[in-house]
Design a protein around this ligand. Sequence first.
Ligand SMILES: NC(=O)c1ccc[n+]([C@@H]2O[C@H](COP(=O)([O-])OP(=O)(O)OC[C@H]3O[C@@H](n4cnc5c(N)ncnc54)[C@H](OP(=O)(O)O)[C@@H]3O)[C@@H](O)[C@H]2O)c1
Length: 423
Amino acid sequence: MKSLNVGIIGFGTVGTGVWEVLKNFDNIHVKKIAVKNLNKKREIENFDTSLLTDNPFEITENSEIDVVIEVAGGTQPAFDILKSAINHGKHIVTANKELLAKRGSELFSLAKEKNVIILYEAAVAGGIPIIMPIKTILCANKITKIAAILNGTTNYILTKMDEKELSYETALKQAQELGYAETDPTGDVEGFDAAYKIAILSTISFNKKIDINKIYREGITKITSNDIKSARELGYRIKLIAMGQVLDNGKIDVRVHPMLVAKKHLLAKVKNATNSIMLTGNPVGDLVLTGAGAGAKPTASSVVGDLLVLASELETTNSPLPQAVCNHSETAEQILIGDTYNDYYISLTASNNPGAIGMIGTVFGENNINISTIMQKGINHDNTAEIVVITETAKEADVQNALKELLNSPRIKNINNLLRVMN
Ligand SMILES: NC(=O)c1ccc[n+]([C@@H]2O[C@H](COP(=O)([O-])OP(=O)(O)OC[C@H]3O[C@@H](n4cnc5c(N)ncnc54)[C@H](OP(=O)(O)O)[C@@H]3O)[C@@H](O)[C@H]2O)c1
């Protein structure tokens, strides 16, 4: 394998993981590591602190460096740093999903122009190999669908809400104490992180550029213990699902939201911080890849894997991995959530009067929605009752319309939640 000189931008969870793994490879020489705060205490054995700099451009402009590994995160200054690295002829390995989802298109165009490549296996699902397989061994396939659990934090919280019957708040606190959730958990619990990842996966799977701003996104903050319990009684588990699919008319449906997933479904069995990706392609059929979606070691596995593939290719050719170059000139036509078709779980609070259930059935019927299950869950002390409905497949716009009509009725006190269902 070719000897490579690398510079690392970022020396936090992933950066230090990469450093440790690189000790096993004699052909990779770390020349410099950029951090934000040079004075931060770093507990790393046998580490020569003279490798550190707080000026990332010292790395990007260094003519001795062949590859820049970006594991700092965020969009700025990461975008300017990678732009500088590419302009100076460096290949890039990055774990930065936010940057790729928001500004990847500009970076890939520039990389193509400068004849360098950007590898990003670690940006989606940490240690699970999915980017390189889609770009290489699966390239004989027309991929039409992805359904995935791409965020370990939310999967951990939902697992604990189900198995330990914790409230959302308690499960989040526990996730924070264990280091699975950040102090500000917004990026994970509101579905941003999963949206970045499904944008990247859908772009390479469907060969069309996905606009991150057109991805419908809902997080898990509105999931209550009641929803988890009702889902369990009905034979489902609630999961934050990131999905992308090509419709018969060629339009593309990409979204992130919680779903009731039937217990028999493989994604329902994925627990705690584990990630899982289910992909449907022709001719391969259904594939499922499951593993650690984050953490220093699994993520370093992907970063160093990219780097070693690059070293191996550069040993034999100056134009490595044609599959790794981005060729997506076409922009996807993404559909709005109102135009999607789903099965639904709807929880409502109704006054405990005769005819409430009949009225719900009538309003749904008038909006082209068939009910598959309806159950009333006892009577509350204020003479209201929670009613849970599972529908057959219906159009989202019709369902939203029906819920609006129901809310206008004095019999309906509240729509507690609406979730989509995966059978
Ligand atoms: N953590 C994971 O398991 C995981 C998994 C997959 C992908 N990722 C992605 O990997 C990237 C890094 O995540 P992480 O968890 O390792 O983050 P982290 O622990 O917060 O580390 C970030 C590192 O970047 C450095 N940094 C920040 N701004 C910088 C700047 N302007 N110039 C130079 N260095 C700068 C920080 O310096 P100081 O040390 O001085 O603060 C720190 O060393 C992110 O894009 C993340 O989304 C993470």
